[in-house]
Ligand binder design. Structure first.
Ligand code: GLU
Length: 283
């Protein structure tokens, strides 16, 4: 299947996920403001094309760790939560300023697993997303790290972004990662590894290609979480793309059907229920 046959320029609702390793300088763990600004510009352009846009942004813990002057990524849950409390507020302050410069309005949605499992909370969250889209605003989502304890955590934003795509009925999910896409083997260790351009079926061979390391110490998701995301997104009826977030211009290249990355083709199953999947798989 060629990229052209996907007609990404006809998509109506897109969820874009960017990870901490794409937003922060690897050497220092500090935010890359130039990249953030470009990302916001790209998202505003998608919005200006008439597409509903939702951003799932990591970075709360990394930004909080910087603000609080911690040298290492925190390991214990209470320090992570304290970092997230500081970092999430700072991150949103930066996003609000940047989106306002492009005359767009952003809103914050923080979710826990409970939000998705409890039918009332799930419906409320869905309604809030719908209303934000109707009003032309751009929801910025993260896990509510300050309150989500171990047993109530999604744990990574790859999965969270797919859950959001499923909840809002997005037709495209884009994971901006620190790797070009799904490879036949880990390209950092095996130079013979080949990029897979299109995945039409999530079968055992594809799952076998998952490697659990991202090679960065600021993010949490590896290829295994991206494949879980692909399963959720495609069964919910969205195409999913893994692309390299080192240059966020890739976002408009995707909508011009000319980019490097892996496309997972939508494989909608009407019987798929996101809440059941969460309970059975992430539960
Ligand atoms: N929610 C975490 C944060 O904002 C990130 C989780 C992830 O990157 O997968 O720091």
């Amino acid at each position: 299947m060629e990229q052209k046959s996907f007609h990404f320029n006809e998509k109506k609702r897109v969820v874009v996920k960017i990870g901490s390793s794409s937003l922060n300088y690897e050497e220092t763990g500090s935010l890359n403001f130039t990249k953030l600004e470009h990302l916001v510009g790209e998202l505003c352009n998608l919005r200006n094309r008439g597409i509903d846009v939702c951003l799932v942004s990591s970075g709360a813990i990394a930004v909080g760790r910087q603000s609080l002057g911690l040298q290492q990524r925190p390991k214990d849950i209470s320090t992570k939560q304290a970092c997230a409390a500081v970092g999430q507020a700072r991150l949103m302050m930066i996003y609000q300023k940047l989106f306002a410069e492009y005359n767009q309005v952003a809103g914050q949605i923080l979710m826990t697993k409970n939000t998705m499992i409890n039918p009332v909370s799930r419906e409320n969250a869905r309604n809030t997303f719908e209303e934000l889209f109707r009003l032309g605003a751009i929801p910025i989502v993260n896990e509510n790290d300050t309150v989500s304890t171990y047993e109530m955590q999604f744990g990574d934003n790859d999965t969270l972004s797919a859950i959001v795509a499923s909840l809002v009925g997005a037709d495209l999910l884009i994971l901006l990662s620190d790797i070009d896409g799904l490879f036949t083997d880990d390209p950092r260790r095996n130079p013979e590894a080949k990029l897979i351009e299109v995945v039409e079926k999530m079968d055992a061979e594809i799952y076998g290609m998952a490697k659990t390391s991202t090679g960065s110490d600021v993010g949490t998701g590896g290829m295994a979480t991206k494949l879980t995301a692909a399963k959720i997104a495609t069964l919910s009826g969205a195409d999913m793309i893994i692309a390299n977030g080192k240059d966020v211009c890739i976002l408009h290249h995707i909508f011009d059907d000319s980019f490097t990355g892996t496309i997972f083709a939508s494989d909608k199953k009407d019987t798929f229920r996101i809440e059941d999947f969460i309970l059975e798989t992430i539960g």
